[in-house]
Design a protein around this ligand. Structure first.
Ligand code: ADP
Ligand code: ASP
Ligand code: MG
Length: 595
């Protein structure tokens, strides 16, 4: 007998008819012989309304009381759903997060799951009941109710599917799958029939609101196939699966995402010495703020600008942490911009296609949209732009990669491999008790490895005019010179001029430098670069990873020259002479030699 987890989002349980319809779906699966566990969200806009209500009473409600309040939304739904299933003649039982022993840390409103005890759920399933669990909530070690962050019911569902060894986790929502981008913003978006965990992780963490990104971390770590589908139809939706099972269309980009409400913080004049960057991010990660694009380009006159983005809501808290950090490292000051959005493209095919960045930058240039910051990784490119251009930018990029044309053919039927055949790596811990920067529990990050690449050189172009089209022209010229670009970093412009740096194979560094010389500004080639990458799951939501990486390098007195982050990797550039040493201390920091 198999076990299926079904999750119903807010719109899918908005009223009594929808709750009854969801109950019927659960019963259908039950009648096919599966054990069925249902996870539900709060009905309709309940969570938003509760937040609003709290704000009417207290501008800064205590986080603990916020969780006490928000968890009631899901508690209403579980009870109604259990009543619905019973009304349709099947035994059911509802549980809150606390009742099933879903234990989290104590970061109220953004708690992480530590562990889940399965006994009570298994007993109820064993009695033939349909088990209904409240999503989004848990309890900390002192029995305080916690919540997992907005959209967190997805994470509850996938985490339960993981610990119970479910055959799949079905996510029922108001769209019939994962689209190439948000269909509400770009109506030409197409449904994707199968997508890999890594691509979905990037898309979700870069703004595709259809899935909570932490749920995909669970899915990848524990090998849970996810089926995102509509609660209104029986049409097949989108399978989120391992790379081997994902579909290859031979295109570089599979999807695009927009994070509208971003804010950018820049720490000016950070002394270019070991440890400075670590101090900054350590201060910020202590406040449990998720830092997004981190950009540091090559220092000028011993000082570098470090910029990063956070969700706009986190700006006030981040600014206080940033001011504190800037003081601690003797930086020149802090600036910010609360009116920015981030547009990203994602695809496994980027690993093998060239010119992807150029296509993206040209699409934005054609719309007259200026690029403020750029970060790249193996499978994504992100740019920061002014918020007023957000939708136009997303549409332009979506079109440039022909996302309205690919994924057009009919989906092929797909069945995930049975649960027993998947690796069930339960609670793979990396952090040790001594590692204060790294948290502990089921949602811990998993480090897959550290890589050293000594074949690259860095080319920096200082003082290019910060205007629409500059990045497109630069990377077109490099592409025309036949040079493959790996990492691209552009920090925000402070005086109308901007700096762009990028890495290329060492033997083509001079050719790249020649190609960009006509653009004015100063060109600097740093031939001796070591690129170090830490790869794993949960790299971005765990601010601790970048921090732990920066600290390990600082402890070995290795200076960081370049930073580039993504959901699945953190890349830094250092002197090539320090490459082997850096590799050894990162392996040690992440305990890769002990496994
Ligand atoms: P639920 O309440 O069921 O969890 P959400 O509102 O969290 O539903 O997620 C569904 C919404 O996600 C869709 O209505 C859609 O507007 C949005 N969305 C954003 N990006 C995408 C995407 N790439 N594919 C599909 N939907 C997306
Ligand atoms: N009800 C919560 C929210 O609206 C959790 C969820 O729906 O996933 O964010
Ligand atoms: Mg959701």
């Amino acid at each position: 007998m198999g076990l299926l987890v079904q999750k119903f989002g807010g719109t899918s349980v908005a009223d009594s008819n929808k709750i009854l319809a969801a109950a019927r779906r659960a019963i259908q699966a039950h009648q096919r012989g599966d054990q069925v566990l249902v996870v539900v969200s709060a009905r309709g806009h309940t969570t938003d309304e509760l937040i609003e209500l709290a704000r009417e009473i207290n501008e800064r409600p205590p986080a603990r009381e916020m969780d006490m309040l928000l968890s009631t939304g899901e508690q209403i739904t579980v009870a109604l759903m259990a009543m619905a299933v019973e009304a349709l003649g099947v035994p059911a039982i509802s549980f809150t997060g606390a009742q099933i022993g879903l234990v989290t840390d104590s970061f109220h409103t953004k708690a992480r799951i530590r562990n889940i005890s399965t006994d009570r759920v298994k007993a109820a399933l064993g009695q033939g009941r349909i088990v209904i669990v409240a999503g989004f909530q848990g309890v900390d070690e002192d029995y305080n109710i916690t919540t997992l962050g907005r959209g967190g019911s997805d994470t509850t569902a996938v985490a339960l599917a993981a610990v119970l060894g479910a055959s799949a986790c079905e996510i029922y929502t108001d769209v019939d799958g994962v689209y190439t981008t948000d269909p509400r913003i770009v109506p030409e978006a197409r449904k994707i029939d199968r997508i890999s965990y890594d691509e979905m992780l990037e898309l979700a963490s870069l703004g595709a609101g259809v899935m909570h990104s932490r749920s995909i971390e669970f899915a990848k770590k524990y090998g849970v196939p996810i089926h995102v589908r509509s609660s209104l139809s029986d049409a097949p939706g989108t399978w989120i699966v391992a790379e081997a099972d994902a579909r290859r269309l031979g295109v570089p980009v599979n999807g695009a995402a927009l994070a509208r409400e971003e804010a950018r913080i820049t720490i000016l004049g950070v002394p270019d010495r070991p440890g400075a960057v670590h101090r900054i991010f350590h201060t910020i990660s202590k406040a449990a703020i998720v830092v997004d694009m981190i950009v540091q380009n090559v220092a000028v006159d011993g000082k570098a600008e470090v910029s990063f983005t956070v969700a706009k809501d986190d700006l006030p808290e981040t600014l206080s942490a940033a001011e504190e950090a800037a003081g601690a490292v003797d930086a020149d000051g802090v600036r910010h911009d609360a009116n920015v959005s981030k547009v990203s493209v994602v695809g496994l095919g980027m690993r093998t296609h060239t010119g992807v960045a150029t296509t993206m930058f040209e699409a934005l240039a054609a719309e007259g949209i200026n690029i403020q910051m750029i970060t790249t990784s193996e499978i994504k490119i992100s740019v920061l732009i002014e918020r007023t251009h957000a939708a136009a930018a997303l549409r332009a990029v979506h079109k440039a990669f022909l996302l309205d044309e690919i994924h057009a053919e009919a989906p092929q039927p797909f069945r995930p491999s049975p649960a027993g055949e998947r690796p069930l790596k339960l609670v793979p811990l990396v952090a040790s008790d001594a590692d204060a920067d790294l948290p502990r529990g089921m949602e811990d990050l998993v480090i897959a490895g550290v890589d050293l690449d000594e074949t690259q050189a860095n080319v920096a172009l200082f003082g290019v005019p910060d205007e629409p089209g500059h990045a497109a022209r630069v990377f077109r010229a490099i592409g025309d010179a036949g040079v493959m670009v790996d990492m691209i970093v552009q920090n925000v412009s402070l005086d109308g001029l901007t700096d762009l740096s990028f890495t290329v194979p060492r033997e083509s560094a001079e050719r790249a430098a020649e190609a960009v010389r006509p653009f004015g500004g100063t060109v600097a080639v740093e031939p001796e670069l070591a690129k170090l990458a830490v790869a794993g799951v949960g790299m971005r939501t765990h601010t601790g990873v970048a921090t732990a990486m920066f600290r390990a390098l600082a402890d070995a007195s290795i200076n960081i020259k370049l930073i580039n982050t993504s959901e699945v990797r953190v890349n830094v550039g250092a002197d090539r002479a320090n490459g082997q040493l850096a590799l050894a201390c990162l392996r040690k920091a992440f305990r890769l030699d002990e496994a």
